[in-house]
Write a protein that binds this ligand. Sequence first.
Ligand code: B1M
Length: 214
Amino acid sequence: MAVDLSELANLIITGKKNPAVELTKAALEEGIAPQTIINDGLIAGMAVVGSKFKANEFYVPEVLIAARAMKECMGMLKPLLAETGVKPVGTVVIGTVKGDLHDIGKNLVAMMLQGNGFDVVDLGVDVSPEKFIEAVKESKADAIALSALLTTTMPGMKSTIDALEGAGIRGTVKVMVGGAPVTQKFSDEIGADGYAPDAATAVDVAKQLIGIKA
Ligand code: B1M
């Protein structure tokens, strides 16, 4: 029976991990290209999850469950993509800034970006400007996504931008910021390129910053 990738998208939306993995396997066995499975199954599903999250129809638990299903399927497909030389839509280095250990929101942003075709280098929490710079250079990232949940760690975003400037690579990478206490005004003040109030918007902002149609 032919695999219907809209069914896979629905399994992602509803966070049914094991059936989603089985259907991904079946799609591969049927000879469907990994990129097609990602685009028409995983990304299509995560796009709906993002819209529902923005519209307050989905909350954090639903997004986490969907992202977990997506991640599992992506784990199977990613090595195959590398074999066929398919390029991601862009590379984003993400991390929670120095001194800050909150990572739930940052993980959501990372998973939404991944679910939308980005290669994501997740540096975790308590990330120093130096670590961001090293990762940007190594991965040739298109963008950096900085997360902060504490008012006391928000200045770490500005320090990271200053450090990028100091290292002479500010012009090569877009900087986007987010996290509960972060605002558009703060983003403008520190010279970031973009601000996203939530994980779904972070995908739109990343696409916009690196020139991909949202
Ligand atoms: Co902390 N904590 N915490 N905490 N904690 C807050 C943030 C706080 C508001 C609670 C409060 O007092 N009401 C407060 C900050 C006050 C302030 O600075 N104004 C606070 C404090 C004070 C602290 C400690 C200092 C407490 C203490 O030890 N005395 C301490 C600090 C530790 C440290 O970081 N050095 C601390 C510790 C912790 C825990 C470890 C216990 C735990 C973190 C566990 C973890 O992350 N693994 C924790 C938690 C869970 C919270 C609350 C309750 C929830 C945060 C959360 O995960 N929200 C939080 C109170 C609250 O927010 N209601 C609080 C859910 C998450 C999905 O939302 O992270 O906002 P959020 O992410 C959103 C958006 O902001 C956005 O997208 C996400 C999804 O839509 N986003 C981005 C996030 N990052 C982005 C990056 C982007 C774009 C969008 O890049 C472009």
